[in-house]
Design a protein around this ligand. Structure first.
Ligand code: SF4
Length: 337
């Protein structure tokens, strides 16, 4: 079998803060194949954004990563600056939530795309790079692409700016696109358009996409597979169907129950928020980090408090796994939605 575009093995990341090491990601392993979209989902502080940034080696100097990140067959964690330059753009590109700060206010949109093309390949002339920029702006649905190439970021709406950021990210056809909360700052209608655009381009280019989100509604619209993270660790991994129709971790079920939706009559269903606050990474002890918020911890006695659950396979086939001591999630959690 060919190696996946992205293979992460036993990735751990710590930050040194005030002389103390704080673990922000622990023992993470997963594969992402070409043509697939993996959603990485969890509340703020779950480690999802740090994981995404580590693939680009965009972590602050206080961060220390161990394990392995293989991207297009090359190890990222030990790559030198030259290799990193090659990887960024050609093999991996990233789209962030805040399109305004992702763009330079001093350069036209066209000039920024030209820059991305020529940074990757100096042999491309400015004229040829500009032609590619216009083509790319058209591809991401910006009206009058030739005129738009000469305009500046502040002249674009939020949705159009995010389309321009996507054009910059994809102009070199990376093997992997990391989209970190790409629609969070947008209204619902534009959000749906941007998700459809990303999904369409991902299928057309055969890219792998890692979609980082706190929103299960976004995940449901775009993912093939889902990694649920809690307190820096994998809580659950599976196909979109596994995660939505047969969640095996109480945290996954809680996120799902907290997702806004409409009932058959078109009325908004009342939400059930997960009780308590996300576990502080400084406080995560020896047992299950979710225990203080879990409705089932008391039923399992001391075990959840003293023994950390490791990801174990659920079901006979596929790659559905959950890090929970429960063999099955009791139906009442699902029934109480
Ligand atoms: Fe809840 Fe225990 Fe499962 Fe953790 S291991 S999610 S505390 S039942």
């Amino acid at each position: 079998m060919p190696e996946p575009v992205l293979r992460i093995e036993d990735l751990s990341i710590s930050f040194t803060l005030g002389g103390q090491d704080v673990d922000v990601v622990r023992g993470l392993s997963f594969d992402l194949a070409a043509g697939r979209t993996l959603a990485v989902v969890g509340e703020s502080g779950s480690g999802k954004t740090v994981t995404g940034r580590s693939i680009m080696r965009l972590l602050p100097p206080a961060a220390h990563a161990t394990g392995s990140i293989r991207l297009a067959g090359r190890e990222v964690l030990t790559a030198d600056e030259r290799e990193l330059q090659r990887l960024r753009g050609a093999d991996v590109a990233m789209v962030f939530q805040d399109s305004l700060s992702a763009l330079s206010p001093y350069l036209s949109i066209g000039a920024q795309i030209v820059q991305a093309v020529r940074l990757h390949d100096r042999s491309v002339s400015r004229r040829a790079a500009l032609a590619r920029a216009v083509e790319m702006l058209e591809r991401v649905g910006i009206p009058d692409p030739a005129g738009a190439a000469g305009r500046y970021p502040h002249e674009f709406s939020g949705g159009m700016r995010q389309r321009a950021v996507i054009a910059i990210a994809l102009v070199n056809r990376p093997a992997l696109l990391i989209a970190d909360e790409p629609t969070t700052a947008l209204d619902v209608t534009v959000q749906a358009q941007i998700l459809a655009l990303l999904r369409g381009l991902q299928e057309e280019y055969g890219m792998a996409m890692m979609l980082i989100s706190h929103d299960f509604g976004v995940v449901a619209k775009a993912a093939d597979d889902v990694l649920v993270m809690y307190a820096g660790r994998e809580a659950e991994y599976g196909t979109l169907r596994d995660i939505f129709h047969a969640p095996a971790h109480p945290y996954t079920a809680g996120l799902r129950a907290a997702t806004p939706r409409l009932d058959a009559g078109g009325d908004r269903v009342r939400l059930r928020a997960i009780p308590g606050a996300p576990t502080s990474l400084r406080d995560a002890g020896a047992g299950c980090a979710f225990a203080p918020r879990c409705a089932f911890a008391a039923e399992l006695g001391e075990r959840c408090l003293v023994e950390r659950p490791l990801p174990t396979m659920r079901g006979a086939d596929g790659d559905h796994r959950a890090a929970c001591h429960l063999d099955r999630l009791p139906v009442r959690q699902e029934a109480s939605r």
